[in-house]
Every structure is written in structure tokens, then in C-alpha cells.
Design a protein around this ligand. Structure first.
Ligand code: MF3
Ligand code: CO
Ligand code: CO
Length: 257
């Protein structure tokens, strides 16, 4: 384990990249509605990052991935590949995950969208998953452990009769896209690495209506729930401060964080 500690200057660079990623999610929001394809949404994100933000879509070329975003619909947990033939419809729940690279620093964030008319069970899954992320952010500060973070997420998910995906996790981030530590979204209080000021990592819980078990489709990327029931995910990049944390990918509607 080799966890890099960022100084104030580093964190401002990370925030700059993080805010660009957050702005992509803001920008795409008005486009996410019934009838649009996930491929088209990805094209819009790509052109915005390259032409407006003058930044680099960091997913392109990452382990051979070819798209700007991951767009994960319904039973897709993560790493859904945008596709011109995948048309959004009423009651779809959609995660859009974007990472931008700006001045050699990465910003990684994702949010859920409710498409058209949404059934209450889907809305509840999306809301509880966001609460899991927010509860983790609320407790993050020097002296607590990664196990505490995992525990607060797992407890809230299971209280609502959902399961936590164990096969994918959050990660340290900086001038490297995925670096130490691994940030599990389940765990026991007081276990694992102790947080210290200057650590920067993502928290990105994937919460399922049914089983926690996953499968990868034959495209080598798309991760789905084993039972076909729906999954939700929200992701922020945070920096640990002297007495809490700073949400580097915070959007306008999240000023309370
Ligand atoms: N953004 C994802 C994460 O949260 C990783 C996507 S990798 C890709 O860590 F290659 F699928 F884009
Ligand atoms: Co991430
Ligand atoms: Co991401």
C-alpha cells in the first residue's frame, strides 16, 4: 500500500479537474430523457470536454476502453458502454460516470438520473444510494478508518433491505486515475487504514435491490447484477482536511456538503 498525500496546491488542481467533471454532469442533465441513446449522450459529453473545457476525456484508452463516459442503465452496475442503439425509456435509472484529465490531474464523479415517469421502488433505490454516499462523506475526517466508511454505507443499505456490491470499489486519485487505497463500500468499524489530512479518494457505492453478486458481459466491460434486478451508484472525489473532508466534485445543488 502506497498512499500519496496531497498538499494544498495539489488539492486545488484536483478540485479544478473535479469541477470540470461535475460540470459535465450538470451539462448532460437536460439531455437525459426518454428517446435519447446512451451513445448520443456520450458524444455530447465528449464534445463538451474536448471543445468547451479543453480537457481530456480520461476513460478513452483506459485499458482499451473507447468511450468518454460509462452509462449504466437499470441492472447494469457499472462500466456500461454507451451505444447508439441503447435508447432510454420511462422508468429507466441511469448512472453517468465521467472522468476528466486536466493539467495532469483526474476528476472522477457520477450521478444517477431518473428517466421519464419513475416507479417508487426505483426512486427509493436511487435516493438511498445517494444517502449512503452522503453518510460516508459526513463522517470522513482524520482519525476514522476506511472500515468506518464502509460500515456506514453497508449499514444504511442493509437497513433498507438492499445489498452492497463487493466486487468494485472506490480508489485513491490524483495524477494517477486509480491509486491506493482501495475504498470498500462495506466493512467493520475501526478496521483498515486510518484517514489522514491530504488523502484524496473516491467513494462510489454500488447498491443493489437484490443480490450483491455481479457478472461481466461478453463485451468484457459491462457489469450487471447476477439476478437482473436494478443497481444504483453515486460517486464523488473527496480530499481529507484537518477536520473533515472537502468534496472536490460537488455540484451546485450540493452546497450543503
Ligand atoms: N470512472 C470509473 C470509476 O469510478 C472507472 C471507469 S473505467 C472505464 O473508477 F474504463 F470503464 F471507463
Ligand atoms: Co472512480
Ligand atoms: Co467514476
Amino acid at each position: 500500500m502506497n498512499i500519496s498525500i496531497k498538499d494544498k496546491n495539489d488539492i486545488e488542481k484536483l478540485r479544478n479537474a473535479g469541477q470540470l467533471a461535475a460540470n459535465v454532469l450538470n451539462m448532460i442533465t437536460e439531455h437525459v430523457k426518454p428517446g435519447i441513446s446512451t451513445g448520443k449522450l456520450d458524444d455530447i459529453c465528449h464534445d463538451f470536454i474536448v471543445n468547451e473545457q479543453k480537457a481530456i476525456p480520461a476513460n478513452i484508452g483506459y485499458n482499451g476502453y473507447e468511450k468518454t463516459s460509462c452509462i449504466s442503465v437499470n441492472q447494469v452496475i457499472c462500466h456500461g458502454i454507451p451505444n447508439q442503439n441503447k435508447i432510454l425509456k420511462d422508468n429507466d435509472i441511469v448512472n453517468i460516470d465521467v472522468t476528466v484529465l486536466k493539467d495532469d490531474w483526474y476528476g472522477d464523479t457520477s450521478k444517477m438520473f431518473l428517466v421519464g415517469k419513475t416507479q417508487p421502488h426505483n426512486e427509493k433505490l436511487v435516493t438511498v444510494t445517494q444517502e449512503c454516499l452522503y453518510k460516508a462523506i459526513e463522517i470522513a475526517k482524520p482519525g476514522i478508518t476506511l472500515g468506518d466508511i464502509g460500515h456506514v454505507i453497508q449499514t444504511h443499505a442493509e437497513k433498507n433491505h438492499y445489498s452492497v456490491v463487493e466486487d468494485y470499489c472506490g480508489h485513491g486519485i490524483g495524477k494517477v486515475y486509480h491509486e491506493d487505497p482501495q475504498v470498500l463500500h462495506f466493512g467493520k468499524p475501526g478496521t483498515g487504514i486510518e484517514l489522514v489530512e491530504g488523502m484524496c479518494f473516491t467513494i462510489e457505492p454500488m447498491i443493489n435491490q437484490g443480490t450483491k453478486y455481479t457478472k461481466i458481459l461478453s463485451d468484457g466491460w459491462t457489469v450487471e447484477t447476477k439476478d437482473g434486478r436494478n443497481s444504483a451508484q453515486w460517486e464523488h472525489t473527496i480530499a481529507i482536511t484537518s477536520n473533515g473532508c472537502d468534496v472536490l466534485t460537488k455540484r451546485d445543488e450540493e452546497r450543503f456538503l
